[in-house]
Design a protein around this ligand. Structure first.
Ligand SMILES: [Fe+2]
Length: 295
């Protein structure tokens, strides 16, 4: 078994106001009830999906993966203990803070705080209303989107996420870094835990941030197009313009977030099932995405 989905992420950011405007006015997320000085943003019926806490890291500082019930929580905890991961059960205070019925915490091999939870607060009385006019995001069983992380120790991360958390590989993109030196390439690895093609991606890298980008998905091309316009009007840098990925077939573009890492925004990702077969791609994108992987 695996975790069910990416439930929430926590970011430590040096410019909270800029992040609030970015997630709200540009990406269309709704402000939820804050947790002290931590702003929390919604994208569906869940009480929150992205927490923005004041800090200096300008990076991902924790991720919360959802499981359906307490039995599944125990199963994942056992899997992690079996590969030598130290696991701490969440206190009632922490569960109340996160708004979940139960959780445990551990660290992935890069030192990222991982939480596995069940029973999130769901707000049927305060429906999601986007300040930017997005009707809905693609969440549900596919979770909030995906995160793409860079690490200098992919082997240990792979063991943690596959053997511990139960992820399965979706495919690999063998990507040249520059068209002029096609023999210099990296392997990007993509992993799923539900019908979303990938919930996590791993790339070798020695960058100073864990987070390369996170991705949010909307149901229509118009939702993406209007977001491109909002980003352009607000002067948000778009280092990678519209394109369609080779593996999950998402049509997307990438913005620079107020913390420097990227945010991918797209639509049309494929959903996968138990008959999924591994594949190896030699380009990140079918078309577009100029600037990505030497394209
Ligand atoms: Fe992505």
């Amino acid at each position: 078994m695996s975790v069910s989905s990416l439930g929430y992420i926590g970011l430590s950011v040096s410019d909270q106001e800029a992040w609030k405007a970015f997630l709200g006015d540009i990406l269309g997320m709704m402000e939820g009830v804050p947790d002290g000085d931590t702003t929390r943003m919604r994208m569906d019926g869940y009480a929150w999906r992205i927490a923005i806490e004041p800090g200096e890291e300008d990076d991902l500082v924790y991720t919360g993966y959802e499981v359906p019930d307490v039995a599944s929580l125990r199963d994942i905890r056992e899997r992690l203990r079996n590969i030598g991961v130290e696991v701490t059960d969440g206190s009632p205070e922490l569960c109340a803070q996160r708004g979940v019925m139960g959780l445990f915490q551990c660290e992935d091999p890069s030192g990222l705080q991982i939480e596995v939870f069940y029973g999130p607060n769901v707000l049927t009385d305060i429906p999601f209303v986007s300040p930017a006019g997005i009707k809905e995001f693609v969440t549900g069983e596919q979770g909030l989107g995906h995160i793409f992380m860079e690490s200098s120790d992919i082997d240990r991360l792979r063991e943690f996420y596959v053997e511990g958390m139960g992820f399965e590989m979706s495919d690999i993109i063998h990507m040249p870094l520059d068209p002029s030196t096609p023999d210099v390439s990296v392997d990007l690895e993509f992993y799923h835990c539900n019908p979303r093609h990938h919930t996590i991606g791993l790339a070798p890298g020695g960058g100073n941030k864990r987070m390369h980008h996170f991705m949010l998905e909307v149901p229509t091309m118009d939702d993406v197009g209007f977001t491109i316009d909002r980003a352009e009007r607000a002067g948000v840098p778009v280092p990678i313009p519209l394109g369609r990925h080779s593996n999950d077939l998402v049509t997307s573009f990438y913005m620079v977030s107020p913390s420097g890492f990227a945010v991918e925004f797209g639509y049309g990702g494929i959903v996968i099932d138990d008959n999924w077969k591994l594949a190896r791609h030699t380009t990140p994108s079918m078309w577009g995405h100029r600037g990505l992987g030497g394209r």
